[in-house]
Ligand binder design. Structure first.
Ligand code: PLP
Length: 383
């Protein structure tokens, strides 16, 4: 919001001539290694794919599929795909390393994933967390055996502290955002994220032709949606499905950067309920991929996330119930906004929503803040 309480303008950007994003061949080789790494983990299972036929009908879509990442590795979010591969890959490349400490900064999910992956490999983890992070998310990281360091500031300051600590103490930084001079490990994390797209190759992403026309993806620093953009270009080239990237209005660092044509700070207040997406700066490499290869970037107010959480929790018709956290529900929130809010009509037109597309969204986390979920949905998280 502007200081006067108006939504930030413009709230979207349409990419008119998308093109092949950089570094796809290297990413694809890394993603093969990640696929093998994940399949070797005892906890590995593909996550469920739901069909939301009633919601599709209500929104005028030919079909709506939702991949539910809450069951991933027992971590309640998808982030373990990136952290596990990055840690295993680092250890494989440094067989002579003695006791290692991995470190990172997080709003919750990525830190828990790094803590879990470090524990599984017998390594130590130190996780930097903004002090306003809800206790349930901090406790989930600590339960994985990590040392949690509270940082008196937001996510971006926590990232800076993790970089400094790694430099000072010789720890290995497993951060999911790239910045100049720190690109390799974020690329491994992105390669790890390809696994959930590859899990769809027997259903929605067969080799010959995609069985969906549009993906709606949400961005924090942008590494996850950028990984999906790279995958889709790698698999289908120019015949890929259309791609929309959604962010919170108050943390619109990808949108502000594509508008500026360079990495730029989010224009919003960095106060959003979508805690996992509450990032002031985008990953520099992810930004290159999204600005080259996506079709639209849009920023939505928090009330759409609340509406998406409620709708997923209490579906109509025969749709299955999905427990999605505030950030997890953001791609459904973006889909609702682009169909229902006239302010996003140009986005809907650009993405050809009137042609009744087959749509894929991801719920990237479960109720990682159970109290927050209960406040929004109006009942406790089912056990
Ligand atoms: C639940 C959830 N979904 C999506 C994202 C976005 O991922 P990225 O920051 O790589 O854009 C995050 C990031 O923390 C997240 O926690």
């Amino acid at each position: 919001m502007t200081p006067a309480g108006e939504p930030m303008a413009p709230a979207f950007h349409l990419i008119r001539n998308p093109a092949l994003p950089p570094d796809i061949a290297r990413m694809s080789l890394l993603a093969d290694a990640a696929w093998r790494c994940h399949h070797a983990l005892p906890e590995y299972r593909p996550t469920p794919l739901h069909t939301l036929a009633t919601l599709a009908q209500e929104l005028g879509l030919a079909s709506l599929h939702l991949k539910d990442e809450s069951a991933r590795f027992g971590l309640n979010a998808f982030k373990g795909l990136g952290a596990s591969f990055a840690i295993h890959h680092w250890l494989a490349r440094h067989p002579e390393a003695g006791p290692v400490t991995f470190t990172t900064a997080t709003d919750g999910n990525h830190g828990r994933a790094v803590a879990w992956s470090a524990r599984c490999t017998g390594a130590r983890a130190v996780v930097f967390v903004p002090s306003h992070t809800v206790p349930a998310r901090i406790e989930a990281i600590a339960r994985e055996g990590a040392e949690v360091v509270l940082v008196d500031g937001g996510y971006d300051l926590a990232v800076a502290r993790a970089h400094e600590a790694a430099e000072r103490s010789g720890w290995i930084l497993i951060q999911d955002a790239a910045c100049p001079g720190y690109e390799e490990i974020p690329e491994w994390i992105a390669a790890g994220y390809w696994t959930h797209a590859r899990e769809l190759e027997s259903t929605l992403f067969p080799e010959a032709e995609s069985a969906v026309d549009l993906l709606v993806l949400h961005a924090g620093v942008g590494t996850w949606p950028a990984a999906m953009v790279s995958y889709l270009w790698h698999r289908y080239g120019a015949r890929r499905p259309r791609i929309a990237v959604v962010e919170p209005t108050e943390a619109d660092c990808v949108l502000s950067s594509v508008l500026a044509g360079r990495p730029a700070r989010a224009r919003g207040s960095l106060r959003t309920m979508m805690a996992g997406l509450n990032c002031g700066w985008p990953s520099t490499t992810a930004l290159q991929v999204i600005s080259a290869g996506a079709d639209a970037v849009m920023a939505i107010p928090d009330h759409w996330a609340e509406r998406a959480m409620r709708r997923l929790a209490t579906p109509s018709g025969g749709d299955p119930a999905v427990i999605a956290g505030e950030s997890g529900a953001a791609s459904v929130a973006g889909l609702l906004a682009m169909v229902l809010d006239p302010a996003f009509a140009p986005v809907a037109e650009h993405l050809r929503l009137s042609e009744r597309p087959r749509v894929l969204v991801f719920s990237t986390e479960g109720a990682t803040d159970p109290d927050g979920w209960a406040r929004v949905v109006g009942r406790p998280v089912p056990s």
